[in-house]
Every structure is written in structure tokens, then in C-alpha cells.
Design a protein around this ligand. Structure first.
Ligand SMILES: [Fe+2]
Length: 422
């Protein structure tokens, strides 16, 4: 909704600053916003035509990547839309970690094709590209960069937007964020756009679409969802509704992610992971994320590690850092992950058990350690730590954090690879 009195320029951090200045015992004063219409069911994509029509879209601009575009599932999806009388145009050039320039090209194509709404079909990159197109379509402008920091024009309108995730992790189908790679001054910097109007009008989540995800992608995207849940749960913006959602997502993921990785045909596990990804998405949309995504973004940009893998890597060492501020909550994480917490003497021991359980989940899902993924030198780790400090997510860390703290987390994360986790 437009701000009364016209758009105001407000920074990402400042928009939450008032809430954070409340005394701790008033933290149950919060804002929670989740406006996306969610349609969730195995096989739901067969109804996509009628669902999309109900949003008012008649000529959808479908944004996906080249690989997915050739899949049987996507071809069937197109047939469903055509059978419903929709007249779709497709743009199949989505790039991983979508660069601003790629979004601009897609937006130009949107204008050329005369479409009246955007559909993001794919993982986070496809959905975030679709969000970028929807912004330019409604707001005008030559480039998505106009809406990105440092001179971000406030986004007050988007074209009708429907998101259809084909992985179980990103949550972009229910969030107000679009992650975009800024190609301007410092290549491969992840930046983006945040606005409440960026919540898709509708999400269609059909777990059957994820059945063919290969194990590595299942693991990486699943741990992304886990990171969303646990970071939102321990964030400075913690709130009781995000907390409930996060704990439930943590429980589901702990039980089902390794199953989905090792047997992709395990429908129960696939359905559970699709659900957990959406729940974690709604949670972090309101509770935000912190060190895992700050460090993960920096690691991903430097070493081209997939997003979910990169954010998962620092979680155990980072939770050790967070522990003094969130020990009681980590006890609940341990319980959600199946640890019998009543056998522990102190909350400190239970928190330690939660961190062990997270390490096991990561290893059981086949997530490589940082040392396995790259032989980063101590100097490189320092650069990564400094980059992570500049990430917007750092603001939501529950403890004051410095580049030295991030470096320590990264060093511990490297050691994890050397001592081996089981
Ligand atoms: Fe993420």
C-alpha cells in the first residue's frame, strides 16, 4: 500500500528500528504481515489455469530457466494454462543469483509481449527475477537498479505476480524480498529490493514438482529453509508468530530432509519439505535472518557455493556465538529436533545438544563442509567476514557482532571440515 502522503525514502534497517528500540519485555508488540494467497496440494498445478485467471491475469509472462523450460513438468504446465484460455509468453533465460542486467532484459521482453502479469516458475532465482519484472512493469524505469540500494526508489506497486516454486527452500513465493546481484561497482555483490508490495498475489505450491530434484539441490534448498527457520527464531526481530512457525519448520525439516535427499521418490518427505519451506518463508519474512545469510551471501559470492549450502555452513559455529543471547530458545530447538532435553542438567547442555543436532542434520543431508568446498586462506576468510558485516542481515543478529566475530565463526566453520563431523 502506498505510504500516506506519498512515498518516503526509508532504509531497510530504519524500517525496523522503531520496533527494535522497544524494551525487551515489550517485544510482544510486533507487526506480522503475510498477504499471499497460498494454494498448497500435491497435484495443485493441474488447477493452475483457473487459479491464475482468478488473479485477473489473462496474458501471463512466465519467467523460468532454460533447464526447467525443457522439462515435461513445464510443458504440461503450459498446456494447462492454454487449456484454460490463457495466452502465455515465456522468458527462459533466468540466471543463477540473477544479475540486475538479466532482470532488465526480461522486463523489456515483458513490455514487448504486452503481458498483464508475471509468473515466476522455478527456484529463488526465477521467482526473484519475476519480482524484478513485476516492479519495472508497474513502476516504470529503465533498470531494476533504480530500486536497489544505495539510491533505492521506494517500490509502491507491482504487476500481478504469481509464484510457483519448484524447489523446497527459498520461500520467495511468500516473501517481500527479491535478491539481485548488483553488477555496478563491485561485481557479484548480492543486493536486492524489499517492499511489502513484493509479496506475490498468489503462490501455487505443488510438492509433485519437486519429486525430480536431484539430491544435492534437495539438500541445499532444504538447508536454506532450515536456516530461514532458525535464524528467524533467534533474530533480533523475534516475534511469537514467527517463533511458532520456525519451531514447526525446524521439526519438519529435521525429520524429513535426509529422507528427501536419500530417496527422492519419498512423497511424504517431499510433501513435508515443501510445507516446511513455505512455513519457514513466512517466518523469516517477518522475523528476518542474520549471521547465516550474512556470511552465506559473502561465501556464495566469493566461491560460487549454492545459496542454501553457503548459508548452512556457518550455522553451527554461528549458533555457538548466538548462544549466550538465545540459550533458552536453543533448548527448544533441541527438543524440536528430537533431542530428549529432559535428560540434560542445564539449558547450556541442551543448547549444545541443539548445535550438535544441527551439525548432524547438515552432514546427514550431504552438505559439504567449508573446507571441502574451498581451501580459503586466512586472509580470504577475513575478506569474507568484512563483506558479511556489510550485508543487511547483520543488523538482525541478536548479539552485537564485529568482523572479528564473523572471522572467528568462519575459522570454526573451516575447522569443522578438518576435524570431521558425523
Ligand atoms: Fe535463504
Amino acid at each position: 500500500m502506498p505510504t500516506p502522503g506519498g512515498p518516503r525514502k526509508i532504509t531497510f534497517e530504519a524500517s525496523w528500528a522503531n520496533l527494535l528500540s522497544l524494551p525487551p519485555r515489550l517485544r510482544n508488540v510486533f507487526r506480522f504481515y503475510t498477504p499471499t494467497e497460498l494454494n498448497f496440494a500435491r497435484g495443485k498445478l493441474k488447477e493452475a489455469g483457473a487459479l491464475i485467471k482468478s488473479t485477473g491475469i489473462n496474458r501471463p509472462f512466465i519467467v523460468t530457466d532454460d533447464f526447467l523450460a525443457k522439462s515435461d513438468g513445464f510443458q504440461e504446465f503450459l498446456r494447462v494454462l492454454e487449456a484454460a484460455g490463457l495466452n502465455p509468453a515465456t522468458w527462459t533465460q533466468v540466471q543463477p543469483d540473477p544479475p540486475d542486467t538479466s532482470i532488465d532484459q526480461a522486463a523489456e521482453e515483458y513490455r514487448r509481449t504486452g503481458c498483464d502479469g508475471v509468473i515466476g516458475y522455478g527456484g529463488g532465482s526465477s521467482m526473484d527475477t519475476a519480482k524484478g519484472v513485476a516492479i519495472i512493469a508497474a513502476m516504470g524505469g529503465a533498470s531494476i537498479r533504480e530500486f536497489m540500494p544505495p539510491d533505492a526508489r521506494p517500490v509502491t506497486a507491482v504487476a500481478p505476480l504469481v509464484c510457483i516454486p519448484t524447489t523446497s527452500g527459498t520461500g520467495s513465493e511468500v516473501t517481500q524480498f527479491a535478491v539481485v546481484t548488483d553488477t555496478r561497482p563491485n561485481p557479484h555483490v548480492k543486493s536486492g529490493v524489499v517492499s511489502p508490495v513484493l509479496h506475490p498475489r498468489m503462490a501455487i505450491v505443488d510438492p509433485a514438482v519437486t519429486d525430480r530434484m536431484p539430491p544435492k539441490l534437495t539438500a541445499s534448498t532444504g538447508m536454506d529453509a532450515f536456516a530461514h527457520a532458525i535464524e528467524a527464531y533467534t533474530s533480533r526481530l523475534e516475534n511469537p508468530i514467527s517463533d511458532a512457525l520456525s519451531l514447526y519448520a525446524i521439526e519438519i525439516i529435521g525429520r524429513h530432509l535426509p529422507r528427501a535427499v536419500y530417496d527422492g521418490s519419498d512423497r511424504e518427505a517431499r510433501d513435508a519439505m515443501s510445507l516446511a519451506a513455505v512455513i519457514a518463508g513466512i517466518s523469516f519474512d517477518n522475523g528476518l535472518v542474520h549471521f547465516g545469510h550474512a556470511i552465506g551471501h559473502a561465501l556464495g559470492a566469493r566461491y560460487h557455493i549454492p545459496h542454501g549450502t553457503a548459508v548452512a555452513m556457518p550455522i553451527p559455529a554461528g549458533m555457538e556465538f548466538v548462544r549466550p543471547a538465545r540459550e533458552e530458545k536453543l533448548t527448544k530447538v533441541a527438543a524440536a529436533m528430537g533431542v530428549k532435553v529432559d535428560t540434560f542438567i542445564s539449558p547450556s547442555e541442551a543448547a549444545e545438544a541443539a548445535i550438535d543436532a544441527i551439525s548432524r542434520l547438515k552432514a546427514d543431508s550431504g552438505i559439504p563442509t567449508l573446507a571441502e568446498a574451498t581451501m580459503a586462506s586466512p586472509e580470504e576468510l577475513r575478506t569474507v567476514a568484512e563483506q558479511a558485516m556489510k550485508d543487511g542481515s547483520t543488523f538482525f543478529n541478536p548479539r552485537p557482532v564485529s568482523a572479528e566475530d564473523y572471522l572467528h565463526i568462519l575459522e570454526e566453520t573451516m575447522d569443522e571440515g578438518q576435524i570431521g563431523y558425523h
